[in-house]
Design a protein around this ligand. Structure first.
Ligand code: ZN
Length: 407
């Protein structure tokens, strides 16, 4: 493949088995940003706006709420309503009666399709499409990949849906607090130590994968058995379903401090996300989307997006911000995302040749590069566009060698 630019870069070639271009859209004011209605940023917990200088130089190799490398254990809390009207079970991922727990206290049946429960489960050759394997494969070229596993709070926590609070700004904040109150009442002094292995919120400044526990649960995901079906609203027809937040996941979690039976502080919650219409259990697309919000302030576009400026609006390609409701090409992270998080470097030829091409002087080997499989090797090429200091073309070779190159 030969690429010729009219201006500063002439007559250079890139050879590759196959190359696909991430489309660059030049200006955020003219880009048509995709708005999805399934997710809300919680502005009270996400204060990550970078100034203009930082946006041009920033990376997120250490992350905001946690560092995307090494071992990480997420706590999943499944919640529901005591007055749940969705009493079906047949064929549901999250049946009303799972045949194990009392009816109405069921768990979804897909948790362990999406997460490993032991760090020894990871292997470069794994081909499952779990969230655990996704982060691991995407970060494997770094040499210190993310090994994200999960644990589930042992009881499904039910609280009463109350029509009296449905007109509040976000009744789900209240319900989240009631879940915590229930845990506090029934499990005083509960040992959350398995979920506290890091010091939360490195704030992009240091690698918290090797930090110490801080009595704050590292990451909490609160998922509700709620279908947003107005005819079966738990507090009565067309009550909770009319609230805006009933159709959303929220990037951010309601904080809480747990205590023991003597009232002394034990563990607290300050990081994570929640899904209100979680009737279908945990979802990989939602998970990577919300974690990208909380981890590095990703907005609602794929590709490089507005985390570092008004660039790379790319809603229908591939990346961790893709919406489940829009078409997508691959199930993998984008080159920009992997580079921004420190999972890959700007290299080709099996990670050996620098490919950060800003001027013709940066060309290596006469401008001949080989891009091996993008997911497996992390090979990418980044080319600054002629006569522009801040716009880049990214090249990736999706050879289809990995399960996450599937649609
Ligand atoms: Zn979102």
């Amino acid at each position: 493949m030969k690429i010729v630019k009219k201006h500063s870069i002439n007559r250079w070639k890139i050879t590759a088995l196959l190359m696909l271009l991430i489309v660059v859209v030049l200006n955020g004011t003219t880009a048509k940003a995709q708005v999805i209605d399934e997710c809300m940023l919680d502005s009270t917990t996400l204060l990550m706006e970078l100034d203009s200088t930082a946006k041009l130089t920033a990376n997120s190799i250490y992350g905001y709420d946690f560092t995307m490398r090494g071992e990480m254990k997420v706590l999943i809390i499944y919640a529901g309503f005591t007055n749940d009207q969705e009493t079906n079970s047949i064929g549901l991922i999250w049946p009303y009666d799972d045949g194990i727990n009392p009816p109405g206290k069921s768990f979804p049946n897909n948790t362990w399709n999406l997460f490993y429960d032991d760090y020894s489960d990871f292997s470069p050759n794994n081909t499952d499409q779990s969230i655990s394997n996704f982060y691991y494969q995407m970060s494997l070229p770094s040499g210190n990949p993310v090994k994200m596993i999960a644990g589930v709070f042992p009881e499904r926590i039910n609280v009463p849906a109350d029509s009296a609070i449905n007109l509040s700004i976000n009744p789900w904040d209240t319900y989240a607090t009631w879940v915590y109150d229930s845990i506090q009442a029934n499990y005083p002094g509960y040992d959350f130590s398995a979920f506290d292995n890091r010091t939360n919120y490195p704030n992009y400044q240091y690698d918290n994968s090797t930090s110490n526990p801080d009595s704050i649960i590292d990451y909490v995901v609160l998922i509700w058995r709620y279908a947003k079906n107005c005819l079966t609203d738990p507090a009565g027809d067309s009550t909770l379903c009319t609230n805006f937040y009933s159709s959303t996941s929220v990037a951010g979690i309601v904080g809480h401090q747990f205590t023991d039976a003597l009232g002394d502080s034990t563990y607290s919650i300050n990081a994570g996300f929640r899904t209100h219409p979680g009737f279908w259990g945990i979802n990989k697309t939602t998970f990577t989307h919300e974690v990208a919000h909380t981890n590095y302030g990703a907005p609602h576009t794929n590709a490089a997006n507005n985390a570092v400026g008004s660039y790379f609006y790319n809603n229908f390609g591939w990346g961790m911000m893709k919406s489940g409701s829009t078409p997508n090409v691959y199930d993998c992270a984008s080159g920009w995302e992997r580079w921004y998080l420190g999972w890959i470097e700007l290299t080709a030829n099996n990670n050996t040749t620098p490919t950060d091409i800003k001027t013709i002087a940066d060309l290596q080997n006469g401008g001949v590069y080989t891009l091996h499989d993008f997911i497996k090797t992390g090979d990418v090429i980044r080319v600054r566009l002629p006569q522009d200091t801040t716009q880049f073309l990214w090249l990736e070779n999706h050879a289809g060698a990995n399960i996450f190159d599937n649609r």
